[in-house]
Design a protein around this ligand. Structure first.
Ligand SMILES: [Fe+2]
Length: 386
């Protein structure tokens, strides 16, 4: 079987990597950059710092700080207008997965003229857009190294997953020092999302030898560092470990796939605006229990990588210990149950669950799961996670 492996052309990793923005933009020949970010990065002064650095180096900047937590087609339209207005020739993203995903779509749309929804799905983007440099501030969605962007189609209330190598950033500046200020709840949610990337990439039907190595190291690093990063926000070694885990997990799932957890989590985000990391974290133990029987050996390897069992445990025992371990991790990190997430009440949930199951299946991700569910299975699993 042939497998394709795509990653950004340049990764700059380590403390202070974000300070390489000017030399890296010069290297790709950028003279006028669109900086894509969100209101928090603007009000905290971090976006202003990047703007000053670029302008002092003679690179003109147009600022678009309007990315929403679940970026929409409208955000992409506004960003494109800012790109054209500034006569830009490159895009810089600063922020979490939302800002990076929006920037990927904006950069891609500078060279592709169909409506954004035409590019939903896999390998639908004909041309590479403006060069994109990304600076993640969370660890992490892994978006900085993936060929995936998720943008909400507001007309259909669907989170569109787009996967294409023409969405890849050219340069990622991966600086764990930017993650030191993440609050504990965000650290927990995106940290379990990172773990989900490692687990899903490894058990996916699209896994390959290259992605396996990255996925298992991602899982091991999360097990070693997430609780410390959560309980001691200034623990530099733990933050560095989680940033590396996010990078490895992103490279793994971008070239393997995600599976049922992500398939079920996107509709929760689209309908109830639960953030991506949180909705994945909520679902991970429930979906893992459901999926064990499809790949018992693989899940046992995950349990061993997380040191949840010894090398001699049977696959069945290791699988049970994995589910227990994931539940314990969520409890320690104070990840809520689905019913406790802000903005969800039972009646609205029951009314939406049929559409959510259909949208989950339509995304294609559940079909990569070790056990491929039907709509009834997905509805039952939403209920179990409630
Ligand atoms: Fe994710």
């Amino acid at each position: 079987m042939i497998s394709h492996f795509d990653v950004p052309a340049a990764l700059v990793i380590g403390a202070g990597a974000s300070r390489e923005v000017v030399p890296q933009l010069r290297r790709i020949g950028a003279r006028r950059a669109l900086l894509v970010t969100d209101a928090f990065m603007e009000s905290s002064g971090r976006a202003g710092g990047v703007v000053r650095e670029l302008e002092q180096a003679g690179i003109a900047v147009a600022l678009f700080a309007g990315v929403q937590p679940d970026p929409t087609d409208g955000n992409v339209r506004d960003g494109l207008l800012a790109f054209a207005g500034g006569k830009c020739d490159a895009v810089v993203a600063l922020g979490g997965g939302s800002s990076i995903d929006a920037a990927k779509a904006i950069a891609m749309m500078t060279a592709n003229d169909q409506p954004l929804s035409q590019y939903q799905g896999s390998h639908k983007v004909p041309r590479a857009g403006a060069p994109l440099l990304v600076i993640p501030t969370t660890a992490g969605t892994g978006s900085e190294v993936t060929k995936v962007a998720v943008i909400t189609d507001t007309a259909r209330n669907v989170k569109m997953m787009m996967l294409d190598r023409n969405l890849l950033p050219q340069v990622a500046l991966i600086d764990y020092e930017l993650s030191l200020s993440m609050p504990p709840s965000l650290t927990a949610h995106v940290g379990v999302d990172t773990l989900t990337h490692g687990v899903e990439a490894y058990v996916s039907r699209k896994a390959s030898a290259l992605t396996d190595t990255l996925a298992l190291e991602c899982v091991r690093l999360v097990a070693e560092n997430l609780e410390a990063a959560w309980s001691e926000p200034s623990n530099r070694a733990a933050r560095e470990g989680m940033m590396l885990a996010a990078t490895l997990g992103g490279m793994a799932f971008s070239n393997s796939s995600v599976a049922l957890v992500h398939g079920m989590s996107r509709p929760i985000g689209a309908v109830f605006h639960v953030p991506h990391g949180l909705s994945n974290a909520v679902l991970l133990p429930t979906v893992t229990r459901f999926s064990l029987s499809g790949a018992p050996g693989r899940y046992a390897t995950v349990a061993r990588a997380m040191r949840l069992c010894g090398p001699d445990a049977s696959a069945e025992a290791a699988g049970a210990l994995l589910v227990e371990g994931l539940e314990r991790l969520n409890a320690r990190l104070k990840v809520p149950r689905l019913r406790e997430c802000h903005g969800i009440e039972r009646a609205g949930f029951d009314a939406a669950v049929g559409k959510m199951a259909a949208d989950a299946l339509a995304s294609g991700s559940p079909q990569n799961n070790p056990v491929v569910p039907g709509a009834e299975d997905i509805i039952r699993l939403y209920g179990e996670a409630w």
